[in-house]
Write a new protein. Structure first.
Lengths: 392, 264, 421
């Protein structure tokens, strides 16, 4: 993808990513599809999508991330009430205004009740569009769930194969796992770099580097990320007097980029976050070259994944994990940034609050909407919070 | 000559109308509802009788409407203001297919056929799209409510509002003022946002011309123009739009009285 | 315009049985030695618990009992004080508040759970609810994961059924640990047999409202019968209740007696009721001589009126099918449109009321689309909003305005069948 002979700087890479993200439509995905036969594209509603299963079947899993703050919702809000989160409405609006026409299909997952009902509303309103729905297990004890999820992935692979016209082979899947492992591993390295030297990589920069992966083929993303890792590691910068913050909660509807920048400008180094966690999901590489890669993926979904409020693993205490996370990242504070009306994240909060208070970790609870675009209020809240910690 | 009366007891104002046998409006009265809703209907009725110089005995039938309709104890019937708005709008503008009502406290969309309600939608839970939003905005800018409409028409670069929530509009406006935005542009943005929200609301019952615009906000020329622009169609607006519910109620009263006469 | 209440045997029997049930809960809380399992209503395997003599506790039923007695608000507020959002489901808040209030309610002391049976049947909030209870009680939850109906056929797949059966076997193992006894297969079959007969009667009762006049209100009176359906299903008392209920309602049907003096409008209603304002809400319809002939809410815990019945010869398979397919919550949103359409058609209704509740997004998210769908098909449809548990979201004046305007508008309209109401 990089045609220049000189490696791109972080600034340049981020600029390129911003441009791709801001452009309406899905030009890179369409170009990828046209480049070879037996290819299709599918829009993936948050949070986690088994990207390998789709890609191995010849279907590019394009990430849907809502309408952002440039889109007016004029039709979809008659279908979903005011107490429903924006991303459900903006996604429907995107469909209604033709913005998703480039995509051959859409897939939803069992993350919450509104998303689940959205799958049905979408199906009814777009009868020509194939719509798939994945039920992720909510039982983490023993082997039953992994077996079930493996079968579910097999079903999804059949669906994907019908879209592209070419069924998936086991070898295809193994290759796809290797490829997405590379992508995720590089992202982990970038996150680690930021954790250890946050002055070398701002959240506002890391975000588009990850987000662009929603829109371009994984091979291109892997290359871009490798360039970014190199560029970041050789960057120069000075540490500033900021507080180290772990930011949790924004795993589905995404805050505007300017809000992420505003949080940093208010005096924070974001040393960890939940942004786009669906594309990162696993704690390490998914084992490669296994006999049954579908089962491997299913097992890792359940047992080797990052904590998330949409995955109700009752073997663990999510709030204890948050406290641990704050400690391993040497965080001065935690910001819980929830999308307005986001049921899973709002439910997580009371437990987080209790645990953080008991652990003596200062925290701030904030709500946002993807369609925000004035941040004065929220910025001054954060500034006040930062000041209270810096001048303690 | 015999008459019929419509009494619309709203949360802040009471509107009363008397029509004659030929459905001509012969008297109007606008009074404050005040704290005592039961008295509000009576006071309004007295006022409208006086305004028309009409004796009580000459009124065949009285219909109460509005939130306080059940307190119009002297009324013969109580009908919701939704149904009355449809009736009133159709009397003044017979081609009415859609009523857009923006009042002080709520906003409604009504699809109408032959003067009757086919479907309706209401925004009565929140102030966005109501007179209250506009009066908050006017207050923040230090302007009178009846000034802002005309001013908004002078906008060259209307601002984009980040919210239609009355609670937050104040701080958004102040941000824009601090940024040096022109008052006209701020007002243009406000009217645009409210119009868009209202149209999204009314879309739920279908956007079908001819459109009749009723309620206190229909006196705001800025909103009229903005809605017309976004709908791509003209709006029917009457100087009596404030009284639309009472007019409809009076028409129902007359029809009720006449059908009773023919029945007996 | 006035309505007649049948306050016959049915009503008193319900009170008596529920009082006994709640006494058993209190006894368990006070150390009677009977273990208690918390579980959720939507598609529940209560038969299995009955086979082990484990007392089923339904936090949803407790929450609604609090709301009906207008005592939910202080508990909701104490949960909000802990950090629960105003946008979180108020059932959960009332329950958590009650838990931290010493598990004391006016009708019972709720026992601590020996088993937290989290039956995930569609409602994602269940998972948060029981995850939190696990954290607070120190009890580890048993997650019974029921795959959502997501096929075009509206049926579960073979893999779905096998997965549920495997989990049910594990659940049996867990119950054996708790009680120290092996599963008694006979007892299970008996519980399923009783459940099956109960379900049949419930179905027959539902079909009675096809008649004109409907002998009871399928929304406001159904809710009286729902508590025994969950709390007592699989027991002889539960069966006795439904036998009595059916006999009484059948007699009313044959005598042409209904809850209203005159039946003018027949409607289908979608959504949970505003429990804290049940009486006021009911009056808004009965003043128009309107009766509910079918309700979707009464099928959250099981949908029996379309032919499903538990099978004592295949107890676990039929329990699995009930959990997967034959309850409202695990069925998808479009299946609910189909369910409503069937009610409109077969129960001869001429309007649809959608009561959209803020707390329950499983029910409410997307009801605007439902409204659009039915309006386009010529069904007079009204959407009103409030909440199922939190008394603060009910605006009587606004609600009445909408309902009155709605009935005013259809009073002059021909119905779908071409018959003027």
């Amino acid at each position: 993808m990089s045609t220049q002979s000189l490696p791109r700087s972080i600034e340049r890479l981020v600029e390129d990513c911003d441009r791709i993200i801001e452009e309406p439509g899905f030009a890179p995905a369409v170009a990828w599809k046209r480049a070879a036969p037996n290819r299709a594209t599918i829009g993936c509603f948050p949070v986690y999508t088994p990207t390998e299963v789709f890609y191995a079947s010849g279907v590019l899993p394009v990430g849907l991330a809502g309408g952002g703050n440039r889109m007016e919702i004029a039709h979809a809000d008659s279908r979903f009430q005011s107490f429903i989160c924006s991303i459900v409405k903006s996604t429907l609006e995107q469909g209604m205004t033709g913005l998703l026409d480039d995509l051959d299909a859409v897939v939803f997952h069992s993350i919450c009740d509104p998303a689940r009902n959205l799958a049905s509303v979408y199906t009814r309103n777009f009868p020509e569009t194939p719509v798939e729905y994945i039920h992720f297990p909510q039982n983490f004890e023993g082997e039953d769930a992994a077996r079930y999820l493996r079968d579910e992935y097999e079903r999804v692979a059949r669906f994907a194969g019908e879209l592209s016209g070419r069924p998936m082979t086991t070898e295809d899947l193994r290759s796809a796992i290797k490829l997405y492992n590379r992508v995720r591993e590089t992202i982990r390295r970038l996150y680690a770099l930021r954790r250890d030297a946050p002055h070398l990589l701002r959240a506002r920069e890391l975000y588009p580097l990850v987000r662009v992966g929603h829109l371009i083929p994984p091979e291109d993303h892997a290359e871009l990320l490798a360039d970014a890792l190199h560029a970041a590691a050789t960057r120069e910068g000075r540490e500033r007097d900021r507080i180290r913050v772990v930011l949790t909660g924004s795993f589905c509807e995404q805050p505007p980029l300017d809000l992420i920048a505003a949080i940093e400008d208010a005096g924070c180094y974001l040393v960890d976050d939940d942004f786009l966690i669906g594309r990162r999901w696993f704690t390490g590489n998914v084992p490669e070259n296994t006999a049954d890669p579908l089962l491997t993926l299913a097992d890792d979904y359940l047992n080797a994944s990052l904590p998330s409020p949409v995955k109700h693993d009752m073997r663990i205490s999510p709030s204890e994990l948050l406290v641990e996370r704050a400690r391993t990242h040497r965080a001065d504070a935690v910001i819980v940034l929830c999308a307005k009306f986001c049921e899973p994240s709002l439910f997580a909060y009371p437990l987080y609050r209790k645990a953080l208070q008991e652990a003596g970790i200062p925290h701030l609870f904030l709500e946002f909407e993807e369609k925000m675009w004035m941040f004065d209020r929220i910025k001054s809240e954060i500034e006040t919070f930062v000041e209270s910690l810096l001048f303690d | 000559m015999k008459y019929a009366a419509g009494i619309d007891v709203g949360s802040t104002q009471t509107k009363c109308i008397i029509i004659d046998e030929n459905k001509q409006i012969v008297a109007r009265a606008l009074t404050d509802t005040g704290a005592n809703i039961t008295r509000a209907g009576e006071r309004g009725y007295e006022a409208v009788l006086a305004a028309g110089g009409i004796a009580r005995e000459d009124v065949l039938c009285v219909v109460g409407t509005g939130y306080g309709r059940f307190k119009v104890s002297f009324g013969d019937l109580q009908i919701t203001e939704i149904t009355c708005h449809a009736k009133g709008a159709s009397m003044l503008f017979p081609e009415t297919s859609t009523v857009i009502d923006m009042g002080g406290q709520d906003a409604k969309g009504i699809s109408v056929q032959n003067g009757e309600v086919v479907d309706f939608v209401m925004n009565d839970k929140c102030a966005a799209g109501t007179g209250r939003f506009l009066s908050t905005a006017a207050e923040t800018l230090g302007l009178a409510l009846d000034e802002i409409g005309a001013l908004s028409l002078q906008a060259r670069n209307p601002v984009r509002l980040s919210t239609v929530c009355t609670v937050f509009v104040e701080s958004d406006i102040m941000s824009y003022v601090a940024q040096g935005k022109k008052i006209e542009d701020i007002l243009g943005g406000i009217h645009s946002a409210i119009a868009a929200r209202t149209i999204a609301l009314v879309r739920r019952v279908g956007l079908k011309p001819s459109y009749t615009f009723t309620g206190g906000v229909s006196l705001n020329i800025g909103m009229v123009k903005m809605l017309e622009e976004k709908l791509g169609a003209p709006l029917n607006v009457s100087p009596d739009s404030h009284y639309m519910g009472a007019i409809g109620a009076a028409v129902f009263a007359l029809e009720h009285a006449l059908s009773a006469t023919t029945a007996s | 315009m006035t309505e007649t209440h049948y306050q016959g045997k049915l009503h008193h029997l319900q009170k008596e049985l529920m009082s006994e049930y709640y006494s058993a809960l209190t006894a368990s809380a006070n150390g009677s030695g009977v273990p208690a399992a918390y579980l959720l209503i939507g598609g529940n395997p209560v038969e299995l618990l009955r086979a082990f003599d484990i007392l089923p506790v339904f936090p949803e039923v407790n929450a609604l009992q609090l709301a009906v007695r207008k005592q939910s608000l202080p508990f909701i507020q104490s949960a909000e004080f802990m950090g629960y959002s105003s946008d979180n489901c108020a059932y959960v808040k009332a329950d958590i508040g009650m838990y931290f209030g010493g598990r004391q309610t006016p009708f019972a002391t709720i026992p601590e759970p020996s088993l937290l049976l989290c039956n995930y049947v569609g409602c994602n909030v269940y998972l948060d609810w029981f995850g939190h209870l696990a954290e607070f009680t120190g009890q580890s939850a048993f997650q019974l994961d029921i795959p959502f109906i997501r096929s075009a056929s509206g049926k579960p797949s073979k893999e779905d059924i096998d997965y549920v059966l495997r989990q049910l076997h594990h659940l049996i193992g867990r119950c054996e640990e708790i009680t120290g006894r092996k599963l008694n297969e006979e007892k299970l079959r008996e519980a399923v047999r009783l459940s099956s007969l109960t379900g049949d009667l419930w179905s027959k009762i539902k079909h009675l409202t096809k008649r004109t006049p409907a002998p009871y209100d399928a929304y406001f009176d159904s809710v009286t019968m729902m508590a025994p359906l969950y709390c007592l299903r699989g027991t002889p008392q539960g069966l006795e209740f439904f036998e009595t209920a059916y006999a009484e309602l059948l007699a009313k049907a044959e005598a042409g007696i209904g809850p209203l003096e005159k039946e003018r409008f027949r409607y289908v209603i979608e959504g949970p009721p505003p429990w804290p304002h049940l009486r006021a809400f009911r009056d808004m319809f009965s003043r128009w001589d309107a009766v509910a002939v079918a309700s979707t809410y009464s099928t959250v815990g099981g949908l029996w009126e379309f032919g499903f019945t538990h099978d004592p010869d295949r107890p676990l398979e039929s329990i699995a099918r009930h959990l997967l397919e034959w309850n409202l919550t695990n069925r998808n949103f479009l299946q609910r449109y189909e369910q409503i359409e069937r009610y409109l058609e077969e129960w001869n209704a001429n309007a649809l009321i959608i009561h959209s509740v803020k707390s329950c997004r499983l029910f409410s998210a997307g009801q605007g689309d439902m409204r659009e769908y039915f309006t386009k098909r010529g069904v007079p449809t009204l959407l009103v909003e409030s909440d199922l548990e939190d008394p603060r979201y009910f605006s009587e004046a606004q609600m009445r305005n909408r309902i009155d305007a709605f009935f005013e508008s259809i009073a002059h309209r021909p119905t779908r069948e071409g018959v003027k109401v």
